[in-house]
Write a protein of this length. Structure first.
Length: 386
């Protein structure tokens, strides 16, 4: 079979769509395989289809990110159940009408938990019509009705036949999806950095050995790491699973998207110095709040381990950067309170905990914040607010 490593040519896409090239089934099978794995060529196929059959998207559909769209970190927090109810309600309302945010939110909900809770199921139901899985299933049903069924041998892998969408009858059916802003997208359900980061967040909650609050993690009781003698097999199962995934992914030529997960694993394993070395080169190149939170934790953990005031101050500087753009970020505020306490800045710590509790007055993280605030004000009465 003729192999091709580059993208499909314009002629190949046109011939594939018109089914007039006379190419044998072997070539068509390769093209479908390529389309399964190439988002760029899939997009070009859809562009050709729209041009050929004059299918235009509704201009009111929000497909690309806009100034009204929340950040991906906000969507991850919503999927993890970390948003206050008023914020969660607003994000859900936006996502249910946004082609960009709806599928992203469903991806994160599915990544954070294989077994969805009733609340997650409700969120998935709201987003079903905007989700990649729903798109794929609906497109299969509609396009199947638009063509004459012919028997075909079973395929070892499920393939969405992109040539179906290129026929006029199928285009008429697909137009109904396009009109409401639904375009079939092939999402591979493989190991992803987001899934691995979710595993590590779960491991943090199950066995919290780090004082600072972990991005995207639920509350867990803090128990300091007892020492380097702890073996891998005493670590949470989720952490072991993440380590196995990373062992494979970091050996790949292009592993840059896995660096954050790699640094998080190093933190959980008690190697903050290596985590700093992994993330520090990205500090001035990223706007990712989650990555900056990880880096602040890494500097703080190294500062605690080496008794380095400079590292603790650097952690505070990173947290200030986060809060300057998002003053209501609960994870950054929580970690701010811990960092100020660690350097003995009692008035700043007290003020930070008061701010945190004003934004997050109830729940397990709030209870811990109240305990920390009470301890500071008991030991250092001068830090109390008048």
């Amino acid at each position: 079979m003729k192999q091709q490593s580059e993208h499909l040519s314009n002629a190949q896409i046109e011939q594939y769509g018109k089914r007039a090239s006379g190419a044998g089934p072997e070539t068509e099978a390769w093209v479908e395989t390529h389309l399964d794995d190439c988002p760029s060529c899939r997009s070009r196929v859809l562009d050709f289809q729209r041009t050929r059959f004059a299918l235009l998207l509704d201009p009111k559909v929000n497909k690309a990110s806009s100034s009204n769209c929340p950040s991906e970190d906000d969507l991850r927090n919503l999927a993890a159940g970390l948003c206050a109810e008023p914020i969660a309600k607003k994000l859900k309302a936006h996502a249910s009408n946004c082609e960009r945010c709806g599928p992203l939110l469903q991806e994160y909900i599915e990544d954070f938990s294989d077994d969805s809770s009733p609340e997650e199921q409700a969120a998935l139901a709201q987003l079903r019509s905007a989700s990649p899985k729903w798109q794929q299933q609906k497109a299969r049903e509609m396009l199947k009705q638009a063509r004459t069924p012919t028997p075909s041998p079973p395929s070892p892998r499920p393939i969405f036949s992109w040539k179906w969408i290129m026929t006029p009858a199928a285009a008429a059916a697909a137009c109904a999806l396009l009109t409401v802003g639904i375009v079939g997208v092939w999402y591979a359900r493989r190991d992803t950095p987001q899934k691995t980061e979710a595993l590590l967040a779960h491991a943090y909650t199950e066995q919290r050995t780090i004082e600072m609050r972990w991005p995207g993690a639920a509350w867990g009781k803090f128990s300091p790491m007892r020492g380097p003698e702890s073996s891998l097999f005493s670590e949470p199962e989720a952490q072991q699973r993440a380590a196995k995934v990373l062992a494979k992914k970091l050996a790949a030529p292009d592993y840059s998207e896995w660096l954050r997960a790699s640094a998080e694993l190093l933190l959980l394993e008690g190697h903050p110095d290596q985590a700093v070395n992994t993330l520090a080169p990205l500090e001035n190149q990223t706007q990712s709040t989650a990555l900056l939170l990880d880096l602040a934790i890494a500097y703080f953990q190294r500062g605690q381990k080496l008794d380095s005031p400079a590292d603790k101050e650097h952690a505070i500087a990173i947290l200030k950067r986060i809060i300057s753009t998002n003053p209501n970020n609960l994870e950054a505020l929580f970690n701010f309170g811990i960092a100020y306490t660690a350097i003995g800045s009692w008035a700043d710590a007290s003020a930070t905990w008061h701010t945190y509790l004003r934004l997050d007055p109830t729940g397990p993280w709030a209870n811990e914040a109240k305990e920390r605030l009470l301890q500071i004000e008991r030991m250092h009465p001068q830090s109390r607010r008048e």
